[in-house]
Design a protein around this ligand. Structure first.
Ligand code: GTP
Ligand code: MG
Length: 440
């Protein structure tokens, strides 16, 4: 077999008749049409700036959206998916709105939820790509294809929040800036504002989506569209009768602003560029530029690389081994620090226990002393009681003796019996012997 670099220059051959492979583009188109397309739009802009109205105007329908209030603690993103069909082409359209953007007093964190959302969609796609069983063909792609950035028509130029947000988003998503509610500005003010915005974006190094100009078919129209950035747009879903035609317009006491009139605003240019000319390019740029960058950074972060420092060919096996070793080392390190932490904790607990033991010992000694004191007191009391009991017993014996003698005397002198009995019971010693207080 011939090696690739030895291959002769390719020769062109004429076919003698039609063979049929010229139908390949039609086969591709048929398959794609049957499968349907998806397109995901992110609308970033202050509350009430006209995001929902513009999207409704762009797609000539009414998407159900709720009005946001101005009291959100932080920026929240709401996504809603719709299935649309235009002739035979089916489109799965996802619209993501930012609620509460620019409403907080401290706006430092305003763009983080937006960044996180965009990256989370890339992460989901990367996870699918890295699966062993992938289903990328019918993958539900939620990556943001375009970010319509709504600029308020009220300032002299961009607000710092707009600049910072666009700068942070420009490497993650295709940004198309639009000046919202352009009907409230005069033509000359609008022209000046456009120039100032573009100068500021340029000096701040913000990369906007550039409509591709290399393509012969759309190069010319895209060049003119690039020059019109940022698009000054007006949105309205109201049909107004102008002459004998019904057109989308905003009516004022002094006249009407027609949404699709090029003299009145850039709405038709935005629709032309977004839906009719560059929709596929926006999808491609998302995949090949923004997602590719995210994927590369993520894989590098995880330790993957295409070539080693000596530019030898990349080996997945070697890289896996290196990563495994690194992981084991990290694991050992963590184990060691956990063991050290455990030892320290044990030491601390030991010291605490010793302290407690000492306290308990002191308490025990104190109680022991109190107990001995108590015991001594009780002994003293017992001794006193015993002495009292002895005295009582002695008196009792004496009383009994006296009573015996008295009874003997009575048997000899019966007449004196009653008198002696009285005398005996009136003896003070007898009274005191029977009193409860002395017994106790
Ligand atoms: P939230 O989703 O609540 O943040 O608002 P939003 O940005 O989606 O704005 P929405 O489209 O709900 O419009 C808010 C108000 O602005 C409505 O009263 C619209 O009629 C009005 N509005 C929308 N577009 C335009 C416009 O181009 N010009 C003018 N003058 N008013 C507009
Ligand atoms: Mg809205």
């Amino acid at each position: 077999m011939m090696a690739a670099d030895e291959t002769e220059e390719m020769r062109s051959l004429e076919l003698s008749g039609q063979v049929g492979f010229n139908s390949l583009p039609h086969q591709v188109v048929r398959k794609l049409v049957a499968q349907g397309f998806c397109f995901n739009i992110l609308c970033v802009g202050e509350t009430g700036i006209g995001k929902s109205t513009l999207i409704n105007t762009l797609f000539n329908t009414t998407f159900e959206t709720e009005e946001a209030d101005h009291y959100e603690q932080q920026v929240k993103l709401h996504s809603q998916t719709y299935e649309l069909q235009e002739h035979t082409v089916k489109l799965k359209l996802t619209i993501v709105h930012t609620a509460g953007f620019g409403d907080q007093i401290n706006k430092e964190e305003s763009c983080n939820p937006i960044l996180n959302y965009i990256e989370a969609q890339f992460e989901k796609y990367l996870e699918e790509e890295l699966k062993i069983k992938r289903s990328l063909f019918n993958y539900d792609d939620t990556r943001i294809h375009v970010c319509l950035y709504f600029i308020a028509p009220t300032g002299h130029t961009l607000k710092s929040l707009d600049l910072v947000t666009m700068k942070k988003l420009d490497s993650k998503v295709n940004i198309i800036p639009v000046i919202a509610k352009a009907d409230i500005m005069s033509k000359s003010d609008l022209g000046n504002l456009k120039k100032k915005i573009m100068n500021e974006l340029q000096s701040y190094g913000v990369q906007l989506y550039q409509f591709p100009t290399e393509d012969e078919e759309v190069g010319e129209i895209n060049s003119s569209l690039n020059a019109r950035l940022p698009f000054a747009v007006v949105g309205s879903t109201e049909d107004v009768k102008i002459g004998n035609r019904m057109v989308k317009a905003r009516s004022y006491p002094w006249g009407s602003v027609q949404v699709e009139n090029e003299e009145h605003c850039d709405f038709v240019h935005l629709r032309e560029m977004l839906l009719r000319v560059n929709m596929d390019d926006l999808r491609e740029q998302t995949h090949f530029r923004h997602y590719e960058l995210y994927r590369r950074c993520k894989l590098e972060e995880m330790g993957f690389k295409d070539t080693d420092p000596d530019s030898q060919s990349f080996s997945l096996q070697e890289m896996y081994e290196a990563k495994r070793k690194e992981f084991l080392k990290e694991l050992q390190h963590r184990e060691e620090s956990m063991r050290q932490m455990f030892v320290n904790k044990v030491k601390e607990t030991e010291a605490e226990l010793k302290e407690k033991e000492k306290e308990l010992h002191e308490r025990f000694e104190q109680l022991k002393r109190m107990h001995q004191e108590e015991k001594r007191n009780l002994e003293e009391k017992r001794r006193e009681l015993e002495e009292e009991m002895n005295a009582f017993n002695r008196r009792k014996v004496a009383a009994e003796t006296l009573m015996g003698q008295a009874l003997q005397g009575c048997s000899h002198q019966p007449l004196k019996k009653e008198k002696d009995k009285k005398n005996f019971f009136s003896l003070p010693s007898a009274c005191s012997l029977t009193s409860g207080r002395n017994l106790n």
